[in-house]
Write a protein that binds this ligand. Structure first.
Ligand code: ATP
Length: 356
């Protein structure tokens, strides 16, 4: 195993316990994304890996060797930060070359590596420019270039796209994926954006309040969320939830009932239990289908997004969002029936919120 994090904890000097028992094994070449809401401890964890924060307890191994006490320089890591931190008076070439120049690497070697890096990043035509004459996306690429050129083993990125506008973010996201394919560099990437996490990661670590909630592939997190938090965090719009007690094999959904006996072989065991029932907005159909629960609701609002429409509905007090083909956009203030397929029904424990 290339990198191992064993029961890593971070307690800041003021006593705040920011990261609890973080465990993860990373293979060479993997693209790992830490995702979670603001303050969940993802940057702190990344900074402990980088050697910018000390590790309060636990063990951090690189190539099987303890690295807790190693200086950032000796950890084979390069970090790209939120702010690009480019030197404004230096050209793109010099910005990219900077780390190698400091190390006293041969001019010829530097030139060859700058050119190669610039080519990967599409910066060949910009090498003589100053950062102020670049777009946000180009600046971010220079910042990535500066880290890439060092040919380190581990590439760390902390919200590298947060200073870009929405369109640039999508473009740059694709470019980061491309760079990763070309370089094969082991990458740990921090973001609060689940779409970035889903599109970039080989594996995602979802964090909340300093605790890892689930580690898995984008597919696993989407289809087999470990708890209510992950189910609600991954997917856009988020999963719909209804809390209640299972009675006669069914759970109340506002003024309607969803029968769980078809979907769940363990329905009998759920009887009388407090649960959280969930289904994804995109899992429903408006056409009647077998092996599904029918719900009659009222349309409150629709948002046509192009290829699909978000339909905000109510069933009595219960609210939910449905994602339908935009050709099927219903009228507001009208009655609507939809169907939740059995295989798209999720059940979580009402107390622990763990998946059942
Ligand atoms: P964001 O997306 O907002 O950067 P994050 O998930 O990266 O959030 P961290 O920056 O890792 O979160 O912070 C985790 C928690 O630790 C937060 O509650 C933060 O207030 C706290 N924290 C961060 N740095 C310190 C510090 N030096 N001393 C005490 N507490 C800190």
């Amino acid at each position: 195993m290339y990198i191992e994090l064993k029961n890593i904890n971070k307690i800041y000097p003021n006593g705040f316990h920011a990261v609890h028992n973080f465990c993860l094994e990373i293979e060479k070449g993997e693209f790992i994304v830490f995702v979670g809401p603001s303050g969940c401890g993802k940057s702190t964890t990344l900074r402990m890996i980088a050697g910018l924060e000390n590790i309060s307890s636990g063990e951090f191994l690189i190539n099987g060797e303890r690295a807790n006490e190693k200086s950032p320089r000796d950890r084979e890591v390069a970090m790209v930060f939120q702010s690009y931190a480019l030197y404004p008076q230096m050209t793109v070439y010099d910005n990219i070359a900077f780390g190698l120049t400091l190390q006293g690497v041969d001019e010829d070697v530097i030139e060859e590596r700058v050119k190669k890096t610039a080519k990967i990043l599409g910066l060949t035509d910009y090498l003589d420019r100053l950062p102020r004459a670049l777009s946000g996306g180009q600046r971010q690429r220079v910042a990535i270039g500066r880290a890439l050129i060092r040919k380190v083993g581990i590439f760390l990125m902390d919200e590298p796209l947060s200073n870009l506008d929405a369109k640039q973010r999508v473009t740059m996201r694709g470019e980061i994926a491309q760079i990763h394919r070309e370089t094969g560099a082991t990458t740990i990437y921090v973001t609060h954006d689940q779409t970035e996490a889903m599109t970039l990661a080989d594996r995602i670590v979802v964090m909340k309040d300093g605790y890892v909630q689930q580690t898995g592939t984008p597919y696993e997190l989407y289809f087999r969320p470990a708890n209510v938090f992950v189910a609600g965090f991954i997917g856009e719009p988020p999963m719909n939830f209804a809390k209640g007690k299972v009675e006669n094999g069914a759970i109340a959904f506002g003024d309607q009932k969803v029968d769980l006996t078809g979907a769940r072989q363990d329905a009998a065991a759920l009887e009388g239990k407090e649960i959280v029932f969930g289904f994804r907005p995109e899992a429903v159909t408006l056409e009647a289908r077998e092996k599904a629960a029918r719900i009659d609701c009222r349309v409150e609002l629709t948002e046509m997004l192009g290829d699909n429409t978000n339909v905000y509905i109510t069933c009595g007090e219960q609210q939910a969002i449905l994602k339908v083909d935009s050709h099927d956009t219903p009228e507001t203030d009208e009655a609507l029936s939809f169907y939740i397929p059995w295989e798209s029904m999720y059940v979580f424990d009402g107390k622990t919120e763990e998946a059942l």
